[in-house]
Design a protein around this ligand. Structure first.
Ligand code: ATP
Ligand code: MG
Length: 567
């Protein structure tokens, strides 16, 4: 299905998205004097996830492609939930994805003064009022989409009184929740967001940038559109849930604007992925409750988690490209993301030999002291990646599952009496096994080798059906390998009515293997180095890895084993 989708896209020569078409049209019409200016507006209340990457690729990508600019703007309107740690991580992740905001790092809090001034202006013009009712009452009076709301008794309050109260709200004279400022728009509007929305509330928490200056803070809906306006944003790209907010943003800009310029908001569908969830609030719960090791746990859909897992920025951008931008909400298949990373790592990572579950092979006719170096190609897809020497000796490890004492029909790997090739080296034949006396489990496998079959040699190129990866026992480096599976065992864990997403956590999402054996060229690897362990998958060095204790994360297996299971 993935391949199909990709081919479709490539054959169609990727028609531009509807958003890109709008931008092209605006450019042609010389709107905004031909300026393209976008922004990426994260709220610093968590780490970025792959959903954000979809917005980032669009915001920065469109600016890049059409010679425009893209601002980074932190929507820091709620000091209670926001932290500097998040700001730093967001910047790191955007850079990692390959984008840059140059000197345009802004904060909604930069505009608190202007927003406050605008709010005061609205009050003076009779377009906003202080409401003394509790939040529940205000909410109940809002009515339903089919039924008009009820006007607040404070709606007709004196302008002077509202002005005075709003100022005192900001001086800290009133408790949180005791009063709010509301825009006076239309309690009968079919759009609930137009029914006198709350635009300011009292919060008595220190803000990470403005400290104790403010006791009232603008609602997101009051800050967002105006911030776009203040920054001269031409195309304000956001997700579909904001479509219903657009009339409110437009109304506010109508009150604010002084000439023809206004930001154009265009909405697109969110990125959702199967077997995970995209809500920062819920991801934070997973972290706080210790369900994962942190925001960068390699099972998390966060960008730092994906990075630690071994995903590359290129593979993520490619995936975003493949899914595109539409007006229809959908859940994207995580196997498409896995396809994108395989495609990238296949071309760009060196192949190495690693054995996850070792079984010792003793080649009884190979001299004990003998050592040969065999030459292996680092990446058959890319000759420029060269070759390396790997030591071969009398005792090697192969994968446990590559040997069977009583194999079924058509088992082309090693079994008593059968022959396989050790890749790059010799053909060996199994002559017997040694079992544990108590358990009966095979502990060593005995083989003989045929000296005339060395790969690349000019002697007989005898053919066998199976070729195995291996590691010379005396040269092997031990490593820990962490295998990951889906974090959830439900396609849409957060979308199940009346069910807590936690009940869908996959208890087997992490399996740790110790005593894995790697070829000696892996001795000096560094965190985030990436490899293909031949026949097994793609692996990435973890941050926990040290010279004496190598730790790898499996990014993804070589093939989509899940697709097979489904069929
Ligand atoms: P969450 O629901 O995870 O808390 P959010 O929308 O509150 O996300 P913001 O920090 O406000 O997070 O998001 C910044 C930008 O990223 C917004 O423009 C938002 O539309 C976009 N964005 C967030 N989640 C997604 C997603 N899943 N797909 C595409 N864009 C997204
Ligand atoms: Mg948001």
């Amino acid at each position: 299905m993935n391949e199909e989708k990709i081919r479709e896209k490539e054959e169609s020569k990727a028609p531009v998205s509807f958003i890109e078409q709008f931008i092209i049209d605006d450019l042609k019409a010389e709107k905004n004097n031909g300026r393209i200016h976008t922004r990426f507006p994260p709220e610093p209340n968590g780490y970025l996830h792959i959903g954000h990457a979809k917005a980032i690729c669009l915001d920065f990508g469109m600016a890049q492609k059409y010679g425009g600019k893209c601002n980074l703007r932190f929507d820091d309107t709620n000091p209670v939930k926001e932290e500097v740690e998040y700001i730093d991580s967001i910047k790191e992740d955007i850079h990692w994805l390959g984008f840059d905001w140059e000197d345009r790092e802004f904060y909604a809090s930069d505009y608190f003064g202007r927003l406050y001034g605008f709010a005061v202006d609205l009050i003076k013009r009779g377009l906003a009022y202080v409401d003394d009712q509790p939040a529940e009452v205000i909410s109940a009076q809002k009515g339903t989409p089919g039924q008009s709301g009820i006007k607040s008794p404070y709606r007709s309050r004196d302008i002077a009184e509202s002005l005075d109260l709003f100022e005192r709200m900001n001086r800290g004279e009133f408790d949180e929740g005791s009063r709010v400022l509301r825009a006076k728009i239309d309690m009968t509007s079919p759009n609930m967001h137009m029914r006198d929305p709350i635009i300011y509330r009292i919060i008595k928490a220190a803000h990470h940038r403005t400290g104790e200056t403010w006791k009232v803070y603008p609602m997101y809906d009051f800050a967002h559109g105006q911030s776009d306006y203040f920054e001269g944003i031409t195309h304000s790209l956001c997700t579909l849930e904001f479509e219903v907010h657009r009339p409110l943003y437009d109304w506010l800009i109508d009150q604010l604007k002084t000439d023809d310029y206004r930001p154009r908001q265009i909405e697109f569908n969110r990125l959702n992925l199967t077997y995970t969830m995209m809500s920062k609030r819920r991801l934070l719960e997973l972290v706080q409750e210790g369900k994962v090791s942190g925001w960068d746990d390699p099972r998390m859909p966060t960008l730092c988690g994906l990075r630690r897992r071994g995903y590359t920025p290129r593979s993520i951008r490619r995936f975003i490209d493949l899914i595109g931008y539409t007006k229809v909400e959908a859940i994207n298949d995580v196997s498409l993301l896995e396809h994108a990373v395989r495609e990238d790592l296949n071309i760009n990572t060196p192949r190495v030999f690693g054995v996850l579950n070792p079984m010792k092979i003793i080649i009884s006719n190979y001299p004990e002291e003998k050592l040969e170096n065999v030459t292996l190609i680092n990446n058959p897809e890319d000759e420029s990646m060269g070759t390396r020497e790997v030591p071969f000796s009398r005792e090697v490890y192969i994968e446990q599952e590559d040997f069977m004492e009583n194999p079924p029909h058509k088992f082309f790997r090693l079994a008593p009496g059968t022959e396989v090739r050790l890749k790059g080296a010799y053909i060996i034949k199994c002559t017997g096994v040694r079992k544990n006396e108590n358990t009966g489990v095979v502990e060593e496998v005995y083989c003989t080798y045929d000296p005339d079959t060395r790969s690349g040699g000019n002697a007989s190129e005898k053919k066998v059906k199976g070729t195995l990866h291996w590691v010379s026992a005396q040269h092997a480096i031990d490593a820990e390998v962490r295998l990951y599976d889906r974090l959830f065992n439900h396609e849409d864990p957060a979308g199940q009515k009346d069910k807590d997403y936690r009940q869908f956590l996959n208890p087997d999402s992490l399996r740790i293997l110790k005593g894995c054996k790697l070829e000696p060229s892996m001795r000096s690897v560094r965190p985030l180095d990436k490899f293909q362990f031949q026949r097994l998958g793609y692996f990435c060095v973890d941050y926990d890895s040290t010279e004496s204790n190598l730790v790898f994360n499996r990014t993804v297996s070589l093939k989509d084993t899940w697709a097979k299971v489904k069929k």
